[in-house]
Write a protein that binds this ligand. Structure first.
Ligand SMILES: NC(=O)c1ccc[n+]([C@@H]2O[C@H](COP(=O)([O-])OP(=O)(O)OC[C@H]3O[C@@H](n4cnc5c(N)ncnc54)[C@H](O)[C@@H]3O)[C@@H](O)[C@H]2O)c1
Length: 243
C-alpha cells in the first residue's frame, strides 16, 4: 500500500469515535501508522480492533489529551478531542463547565502540542491539525465557553504556525459547522436560552457535514498537498458562515 502519508506516524486525539475516528481511518488508508488516543477505553479498543482487522497499522493509548508522546517519532498530531458546554449562555455559564471546556479543548491541546513540538523539530518538521469549530470564527453559534475555547484554538493555531513555521512545522485548524456524530446527543441539561440563540440561523445552513468531509480536509492538511498552507482555520460549513 502506498499513499500520501506513507510511513508517517500520526497521533489523533479523540479518535475512538466521531470525526477523529474517521480521520484516523483516512490517514491509515493513506499509509500512516496511527495512534488512536481516547479517554473512552471501550471506544478505543473497538476502534483499534476494527482497524487492525482492516489491515491498518494502528494501536491505542488510553489517555487524556495531555498524553505523553508514545512513539519515538511523530510526523502528524491531530488535536481533535473536544467537549461542548451544553449551550450555556453568559448569564448562566457555570464555572465548572467553563473550566472543563477550557481544560480539555484548550489547555489539553496546548499540552499535547508542547510535548510533540520537540519531537517534530528533531525530525526536521511535521504537521499539526487542530479541531476548531465555526463558532471559533463567528460569534453566536454555540455557548460562551465553547465559543471562547474554539477562538483560543484558532489563536493558538496561528501563534504556533508563526513561531514554528521557520522550523518546518505547519499548524492549521478546521472549523466545522454541524457534523453528524454522537456529539450533540451527548449534551445534557441544555441551557434553553443559549440553545435558542445558538440555533437561530440553523435554517440557513446549506447542509450538515459528514465525518468523511472533515477527514478529507484533515488528510489534505496533513499531507504535502497543503505544503504552503500554514496558520489558517478552514471553515468547513458549506458556506453557512458566509451569510
Ligand atoms: N460534531 C460536530 O458538529 C462538531 C462541529 C464542530 C467541531 N467539532 C469538534 O470536533 C471534535 C470531535 O467532535 P465529534 O463530533 O467527533 O465528537 P464525539 O463526541 O463524537 O467524539 C469525541 C471523541 O473524543 C473523545 N474525548 C473526549 N474528551 C477527551 C479527552 N479529554 N481526551 C481524549 N479523548 C477525549 C471521546 O471519548 C470521543 O471518542 C471536537 O473537538 C468538537 O469540538 C464537532
Amino acid at each position: 500500500m502506498s499513499g500520501k502519508l506513507q510511513n508517517k506516524v500520526a497521533i489523533i486525539t479523540g479518535s475512538g469515535a466521531g470525526i477523529g475516528k474517521e480521520i484516523a481511518r483516512k490517514y491509515a488508508q493513506a499509509g500512516a501508522k496511527v495512534v488512536i488516543a481516547d479517554c473512552n477505553e471501550d471506544a478505543l479498543k473497538t476502534t483499534v480492533t476494527e482497524f487492525n482487522e482492516a489491515g491498518y497499522d494502528a494501536f491505542g493509548v488510553k489517555v487524556n489529551v495531555d498524553a505523553v508522546v508514545h512513539f519515538g517519532r511523530i510526523d502528524i498530531l491531530v488535536n481533535n478531542a473536544g467537549v461542548g458546554d451544553n449551550m450555556q449562555a453568559t448569564a448562566n455559564v457555570q464555572d465548572t463547565v467553563c473550566q472543563r471546556v477550557m481544560d480539555i479543548n484548550v489547555t489539553g491541546m496546548m499540552r499535547a502540542i508542547r510535548q510533540a513540538l520537540p519531537v517534530l523539530i528533531e525530525n526536521g518538521g511535521g504537521t499539526i491539525v487542530n479541531m476548531a469549530l465555526i463558532a471559533g470564527l463567528t460569534g453566536g453559534r454555540g455557548g460562551l465557553a465553547y465559543t471562547n475555547a474554539k477562538h483560543a484554538v484558532v489563536g493558538m493555531t496561528k501563534n504556533i504556525a508563526s513561531h514554528y513555521g521557520p522550523q518546518n512545522i505547519r499548524c492549521n485548524a478546521i472549523a466545522p459547522g454541524h457534523v453528524e456524530t454522537g456529539f450533540a446527543a451527548a449534551m445534557t441539561n441544555v441551557n434553553p436560552f443559549g440553545m435558542e440563540q445558538s440555533v437561530r440561523g440553523v435554517s440557513l445552513m446549506p447542509k450538515a457535514g459528514q465525518v468523511s468531509d472533515i477527514a478529507n480536509i484533515a488528510l489534505f492538511l496533513a499531507s504535502e498537498d497543503s505544503g504552503l498552507i500554514n496558520g489558517v482555520a478552514i471553515a468547513a460549513d458549506a458556506g453557512w458562515s458566509t451569510y
